[in-house]
Design a protein around this ligand. Structure first.
Ligand code: ADP
Ligand code: MG
Length: 663
């Protein structure tokens, strides 16, 4: 057996199982070995029944105190029994497992392991695992990998298959010299991969994960290095002209506000880059609301006046339309043709834009992924800008740059990556950071409250609307299997209309609406034809309506801090005082603590670091999943030390390990 062999050559994998594996993206043995568990299940010492609370995942050591009942329910066959320890009793329930009737005997003791639900005054465990005391002792010592699954395949099937290829895993080649492994205190690759699938204990697993994170970073850094070498030497074919620099000054003085120092510096950097001998590759980092758009527009303007085309790519249609509206307005005084290009436009509309791009009639195109489709050709693409970059990957960016002859690249990002790490991760780019917020900005006032505060929140909305402002209400998320998200938003806005009275115009927005319906609602909201917008989190990315001063977030405890920070970033974008009301429905100690972080700070970097402390490993801002840093294990917050180590190694060894790191 070799890593490249088809999955079907694994012992015990037949044609059907092979197909199931294929659906998980596993077609070779290599794919299987690098298919990592999503998490690990660890069993814990049993606790007294009286101490359990809703949602706890626990083990209890109980005696069966009733006969086992089994009957046909409406949808399932239900098997149940009552069990108790000295402190209290708990009901065990299983679905469609009638054979269990013959497993348990009244009077016998077992360890039950599962998630607790409280139904009325009764404690219940649904589908608990059960063990004899003896068996549980050995289970206690192991960590069971839990693999990401799709229907058709079980966790056991994956475990069995991985077990069959153990010999191969152990022999995965090590590319680092022995002394490096030793001096840097790293686990070997073979051992690390073994530990990932068959963890010995928590410490070993931790070391294994660190090793894999190191490999992922190193591979990434080697790739980045190649990109860097390719770009720094690239000639600048799209220099800005004198005329462009003059017009740019006029544009900035006509903005109606003074740029912040951060914005001025970013623009100066861009200007220098675009006038230099080499092509620009720049990342502009700035928290939500720091005013990145105007920086991007200035670059697009200079590029257009210099006679070249520019493209601005954003992750959602709604954001594309909004940027299009804003930028067209800002550039109106200039002879610049700005066009929109999105997936939901009609084929005819798209064809017109394609034509104009090809003939060089269109100077700036703003859109979604539609811009990088086959059909788009530019006459002379000089500048490529991507906004909210953490949603795009290097590949998509490359696809866009390949539409021109070495265009300048500008990336706008609100992802709060500490500078020391950003320098490493974006080694192929120069970085400008906008540290300051526009001066007249008042700090958003936050409050975290319970549901009893709702009536006051509603009267506060009324007051804000009376004062000529607008409000967002972010709807609670729906529980699985309940009503759909759309129904939920519609119901909530109906209720809200009743609460607020007919003089206040309430509309709703949710993800299932057609793109043109969404953009229509948003345009009307920005035009102030709507007072209160009830929405799901679809408004999270980049939407800008400076007249909106109030945001009320229902079920705030269910969101991640990072997402709440992004949501809140929709207000506080104008001169007026803004407010954010977080409704904490559940009020657990943990959610109160988490939300307090937001109540006390409006700083993305601070929130990112606190979020980590409270939540532990997480996919903050979706960095781990983001296209750019597509790591399976590594993330820059939890493995910052591995990133630095990988940086050291890559500096020392250059590209020596290129192509040798199997991931
Ligand atoms: P983000 O960095 O989140 O993309 P935007 O570029 O959308 O932020 O800017 C948010 C709002 O702030 C916009 O309404 C914009 O016109 C305004 N703005 C940007 N820069 C300044 C400034 N220097 N002074 C005042 N308002 C500004
Ligand atoms: Mg933005």
């Amino acid at each position: 057996m070799r890593l490249e062999d088809d999955i079907i050559s694994v012992k015990g994998v037949g044609e059907k199982t092979a197909k199931d594996f294929n659906r998980l993206g596993i077609s070779t043995i290599k794919d299987l070995v690098f298919y990592y568990p999503r998490s690990y299940k660890t069993y814990s010492e049993p606790v007294p029944v009286s101490s359990v609370a809703e949602g706890d995942r626990v083990a209890v050591f109980c005696k069966v105190i009733t006969y086992v009942e089994s009957h046909k329910g409406r949808r399932y066959n239900i098997t149940s029994l009552s069990a108790a320890d000295d402190s209290g009793s708990i009901r065990m329930v299983w679905f469609n497992m009638p054979f269990l009737r013959n497993v348990f005997k009244k009077g016998d003791s077992y360890i039950f392991y599962g998630i607790v639900k409280i139904k009325g005054s009764m404690r219940v465990m649904e589908m608990p695992e059960y063990f004899t005391q003896f068996k549980y002792q050995s289970a206690l010592k192991t960590m069971q990998p839990i693999y990401p699954l799709k229907s058709g395949i079980t966790n056991n099937a994956i475990t069995r298959a991985v077990t069959s290829v153990k010999d191969l895993i152990v022999r995965i080649p090590e590319y680092l010299p022995e002394n490096e492994i030793e001096n840097r205190g790293l686990m070997t690759r073979g051992e690390a991969l073994m530990q990932i699938h068959f963890p010995g204990d928590e410490d070993k697993l931790k070391n294994a994960l660190r090793r894999i994170a190191f490999d992922e970073f190193l591979e990434f850094l080697i790739r980045i290095r190649s990109l860097r070498e390719a770009t720094v030497t690239e000639q600048n074919f799209h220099k800005v002209t004198e005329e462009a620099l003059v017009k740019k000054n006029g544009f900035i003085s006509g903005l109606g506000f003074e740029l912040t120092n951060g914005q001025k510096e970013a623009i100066r950097d861009i200007e220098t880059d675009m006038s230099s001998e080499h092509v620009m590759n720049r990342l502009v980092q700035g928290d939500v609301g720091s005013g990145k758009t105007v920086v991007a527009v200035t670059a697009l303007l200079m590029n257009a006046i210099s006679g070249h085309q520019g493209a601005l790519m954003v992750p959602t249609e709604v954001l594309a339309v909004q940027h299009y509206d804003d930028i067209s307005r800002m550039l109106k005084p200039y002879k610049i043709t700005v066009r929109l290009l999105t997936g939901s436009m009609t084929p005819k509309e798209k064809r017109t834009v394609y034509q104009e791009l090809k003939e060089g009639i269109c100077d700036i195109v703003i859109g979604t992924h539609a811009i990088i489709q086959e059909a788009t050709e530019f006459s002379d693409l000089g500048l490529v800008v991507t906004d909210e970059q953490h949603r795009f990957g290097v590949k998509q960016r490359d696809k866009l740059t390949s539409k021109g002859h070495i265009p300048h690249v500008l990336i706008m990002s609100a992802t709060p990556i500490p500078r020391t790490l950003a320098i490493i991760l974006y080694a192929d780019m120069d970085i400008s950071v906008i540290k300051d917020m526009p001066a007249e900005r008042k700090r958003i006032k936050n409050c975290v409250v319970g549901t009893e505060y709702r009536p006051s929140a509603y009267s506060f909305i009324k007051q804000q609307v009376r004062d000529g402002h607008q409000a967002y209400v972010i709807c609670p998320m729906v529980e699985e299997n309940e009503i759909t998200e759309a129904e939920n938003v519609i119901n909530y806005s109906d209720e809200l209309k009743k609460e607020l009275g007919s003089s206040i115009r309430v509309e709703y927005l949710h993800g299932k609406m057609k793109e043109n319906e969404k953009t229509d609602i948003l345009r009307r909201f920005v035009d102030r034809q709507i007072d209160v917008l009830v929405s799901t989190t679809v408004i999270e990315v980049g939407i800008n309506n400076p007249n909106a001063t109030l945001m009320m977030i229902e079920n705030a405890e269910r969101f991640g801090l990072a997402q709440l920070h992004q949501l809140r970033g929709r207000v506080g974008r104008g001169d007026a005082q803004s407010y954010c009301i977080f409704i904490n429905v559940k009020k657990s100690k943990e959610s109160v603590e988490r939300l307090q972080v937001l109540e006390n700070s409006n700083d993305g970097f601070y929130i990112a670091s606190e979020d980590l402390k409270l939540r532990g490993p997480g996919d903050f801002f979706g960095i781990r999943q983001s296209g750019d840093m597509d790591f399976k294990i590594a993330d820059i917050y939890n493995y910052a030390d591995m990133l630095k180590l990988a940086q050291d190694v890559s500096l020392e060894y250059g590209k020596q390990f290129e192509g040798k790191i199997i991931l």
